[in-house]
Design a protein around this ligand. Structure first.
Ligand SMILES: Cc1cc2nc3c(=O)[nH]c(=O)nc-3n(C[C@H](O)[C@H](O)[C@H](O)COP(=O)(O)OP(=O)(O)OC[C@H]3O[C@@H](n4cnc5c(N)ncnc54)[C@H](O)[C@@H]3O)c2cc1C
Length: 419
């Protein structure tokens, strides 16, 4: 049987593309090399699937530092609010959590996957799992067929490539699509891990002094070798046995990589402001006054509440201050140095965990070669791209699945319109 549209990849972008194409009246085949569809989707958001985000579109774009602006045209056709309505129509109620993050009320990512699969069934989309695609064929500037790994040739004039990036390859995202895009003449911008924990070889990390400690609402900055702040993110962060993780660290990770590359160095500095709401000098004065008011009180107790105890003790020890001494015995210059660290503890990091461990792949098919309102290739007729294979990457917070669903929807509908 010949299909109008073949979608390769059953992640959020491919599932949505297949639905969009079938709703547009096309005869659709969806191929995936895994035994199940939506494997990454099913483990996303810690198994709860942060399916989209409710912030206004301008904010969504700001939270997609990798070519978010390219999505403006797409969002004018199908956006985050449309995603919410789409899932509610499929019977998946969503709820809003902090920072606009939307999750299924069931707290189960599988309910999102199942709803998409039910819709595919209703639309009679043909699905073949355990079917790895080898390549896409082109003839005279037109997409002509999909070739399977087993040699089978599936002729078609419209192919949606939705095979994802290279992160977490056990879910099936092994970067197979880049070669097919290059074969059609597309440029693949350099791939790099984003939304990935940052690594450090500092003795306090190696010795696991702060392992497991979370700092809530800290401001984490990446600092370039000239001492200039490259980027700051104010969110929670976590010390681990290899470095730092948590939302602030994940968001800063791409700037660590970019800064190291720009300055051709193997290390870069990060700075933690544990109390971003307070300015340094008033904070210092406030602590000095408290010490003056209660000089006999233990220093540790005076400082209680400014930061988690483990962090306070770490910074006091770093500054050679005995935490158990009476507060009044502490010299002002020591307190000043301690406050400076509370506001800007700076240490060296040496990169990030690898692409395979990243939540998202940075880089991919250059968006300059894609029609932004159609997700169609500017170079090859009948070829469409969507999802993480594109050079689009967002922060964690539902932005990547949003980008995948929106670009998938548009790729599928355009393909059907062009049949
Ligand atoms: C642990 C984790 C949690 C995440 N949580 C969130 C979250 O809560 N919110 C959010 O917005 N983003 C999250 N992300 C990111 C998000 O899941 C991805 O950006 C998104 O899944 C990308 O969708 P995609 O459709 O482009 O590709 P993928 O989901 O990677 O799907 C690609 C599909 O293509 C198939 N495929 C690959 N090669 C072939 C081939 N040769 N032949 C046939 N099929 C092939 C694969 O088997 C796979 O099913 C998370 C990522 C990870 C790793």
């Amino acid at each position: 049987m010949n299909y109008d549209v073949i979608v390769i990849g059953g992640g959020p972008s491919g599932l949505m593309a297949a639905i969009g194409a079938a709703e547009g009246g096309a005869k659709v085949l969806l191929l995936d090399k895994g035994d199940k569809l939506g494997r990454k989707l099913a483990i996303s958001g810690g198994g709860r699937c942060n399916v989209t985000n409710r912030l206004p579109v301008d904010e969504i774009v700001k939270h997609i530092p990798g070519n978010g602006r390219f999505l403006y045209s797409a969002f004018s056709v199908f956006n985050n609010e449309d995603i919410i309505r789409f899932f509610e129509k499929l019977g998946v109620q969503l709820k809003e959590e902090d920072h606009g993050r939307m999750f299924p009320v069931s707290d189960k990512a599988q309910s999102v996957v199942d709803a998409l699969l039910r819709r595919l069934q209703e639309l009679r989309v043909h699905i073949r799992v355990n079917t790895p695609v080898k390549t896409v064929e082109y003839e005279n500037g037109q997409t002509s067929a999909v070739i399977l790994q087993n040699g089978e040739v599936l002729p078609t004039k419209h192919v949606v490539i939705a095979v994802g990036g290279k992160s977490v390859p056990h879910t099936g995202s092994t970067g197979d699509g880049y070669a097919w895009a290059e074969k059609a003449g597309h440029t693949i911008t350099e791939l790099f891990p984003t939304e990935v924990p940052i690594t450090s070889n500092e003795p306090f990390i190696r010795d696991r002094i702060l392992q497991g400690l979370a700092l809530r609402g800290a401001a984490l900055s990446v600092v370039d070798p000239k001492g200039k702040i490259v980027k700051t993110h104010m969110m929670d962060m976590l010390f681990t046995h290899f470095g730092i993780s948590g939302p602030a660290a994940l968001r800063c990770s791409q700037y660590v990589i970019k800064t190291m590359k720009k300055f051709k160095t193997n290390t870069v500095h990060v700075r933690i402001d544990a109390l971003p709401a307070q300015k340094e000098e008033p904070l210092f004065q406030e602590i000095v006054k408290q010490i003056k008011d209660e000089p006999k009180k233990g220093l540790k107790n005076v400082l209680k509440g400014y930061a988690p105890e483990r962090y306070l003790l770490f910074l006091l020890e770093k500054n050679d201050i005995d935490a158990s001494q009476a507060a009044g015995q502490t010299a002002n210059d020591k307190i000043r140095a301690f406050v400076q660290d509370l506001k800007g503890f700076t240490f060296t990091v040496n990169g990030t965990q690898p692409l395979e461990k990243a939540f998202v792949t940075g880089g991919g098919v250059s968006v300059k070669e894609i029609h932004p309102k159609e997700m169609a290739s500017k170079l090859m007729k009948g070829l469409y791209f969507c999802g993480e294979i594109l050079d689009i990457h967002g922060y964690t917070g539902g932005y990547n699945i949003t980008a995948a669903l929106v670009t998938g929807r548009i790729a599928g509908t355009t393909a059907a319109q062009n049949v």
